[in-house]
Design a protein around this ligand. Structure first.
Ligand SMILES: [Zn+2]
Length: 131
């Protein structure tokens, strides 16, 4: 997969200020603020930065955290790094193609993976499946 690399100025021009803050500065949206929390149609959640398909609606679940949550990303869609900000060890999740920050993954999710990809809705672009 070829990487999407842009300068800071290019990202600023392309993204909304909130998307820029989350994707490029590892920001976090206010819990409960994402319209995608109530998105229950079938479809694909793509990266708001580079349009790479990241998650399927099939793996979305109600976590009650206030952030859109998934138990599994699509194949080869995301990368992870260790994040020690705020003095706790967390696993940061980003888009494999443009490196945009998506959220964090925790090991308290539902089966079959037991994982919870806690994701900023702002970092995602929902594409309903055409029937
Ligand atoms: Zn991306």
């Amino acid at each position: 997969m070829s990487k999407v690399v842009k300068t800071d100025a290019e990202w600023r021009a392309q993204l909304t200020p909130q998307q820029y803050e989350i994707l490029r500065k590892e920001g976090t949206e206010r819990p409960g603020s994402s319209p995608l929390l109530k998105e229950h149609r079938k479809g694909i959640f793509a990266c708001a930065g580079c349009d790479l398909p990241l998650f399927s609606s099939e793996t979305k679940f109600e976590s009650g955290t206030g952030w859109p949550s998934f138990y599994k990303p699509l194949d080869n869609a995301v990368g992870t790094t260790s994040d020690r900000t705020f003095g706790m060890l967390r696993t940061e999740v980003h888009c494999r193609r443009c490196g945009g920050h998506l959220g964090h993954v925790f090991d308290d999710g539902p089966q079959p993976t037991g994982l919870r990809y806690c994701t900023n809705g702002c970092a995602l672009d929902f594409k309903p499946q055409d029937s």
